[in-house]
Design a protein around this ligand. Structure first.
Ligand SMILES: Nc1nc2c(c(=O)[nH]1)N[C@H]1C(S)=C(S)[C@@H](COP(=O)(O)O)O[C@H]1N2
Ligand SMILES: [Mo]
Length: 159
């Protein structure tokens, strides 16, 4: 991929990654991370669906750079509106922490400047406006759903 294809993130695209330590990635830091594009279809349980070319840093690269514990089983991905998903780490690692869509930076036409997307997760878990990703290790008797808050859709993220 040539450098001209890299889309610069909106200034609000930053987020926090919590692994062994908490690391803050601001928009300037995102410019230093690997940039990849991936086509992902967002499918809602209501039946609506759309495909876009999302661009950003592969979650797999973020996990490698963020000193995430080896025993990590899930990522808790939390939005500024409280919307929170708990995704298996392998499914998350197929995705991106995206800051562009179809070649344009997020944050100009939408109230969110980044988004978690993965071909391996439900549309409902493609969290808009990610504030924080936290690596956790669940034991087999724990339910990922207990870490989630997907019930109320936030009007400000979905207008
Ligand atoms: N922060 C946040 N992310 C969110 C939501 C939300 O309400 N808040 N809705 C989810 C749901 S249920 C779906 S189906 C998709 C909708 O994405 P779209 O607006 O691009 O179709 O976003 C998901 N991500
Ligand atoms: Mo949805």
């Amino acid at each position: 991929m040539t450098d001209s294809e890299r889309v610069q993130p909106h200034r609000n695209a930053g987020f926090e990654l919590v692994g062994e330590h908490a690391s803050r990635f601001d928009a300037d830091d995102l410019g230093e991370l690997p940039f990849r594009r991936r086509s992902v279809e967002i499918v809602c349980s209501s039946g609506s669906r759309h495909v876009s070319a999302w661009g950003g840093v592969p979650i797999a690269d973020l996990l490698a750079s963020g000193e995430v514990p080896l025993k990590t089983t899930h990522l808790v991905i939390e939005s500024s509106d409280g919307f929170t998903a708990c995704v298996g780490v392998d499914a998350a690692a197929e995705g991106l922490l995206a800051w562009s869509r179809d070649g344009s930076p997020l944050g100009e036409d939408h109230p969110y400047a980044n988004r978690f997307v993965s071909p391996a997760v439900d549309g409902a878990k493609t969290i808009k406006g990610v504030e924080r990703l936290q690596a956790i290790a669940l034991s087999p008797n724990e339910e990922p759903e207990d870490y989630e808050s997907l019930s109320t859709e936030s009007p400000e993220m979905n207008e």
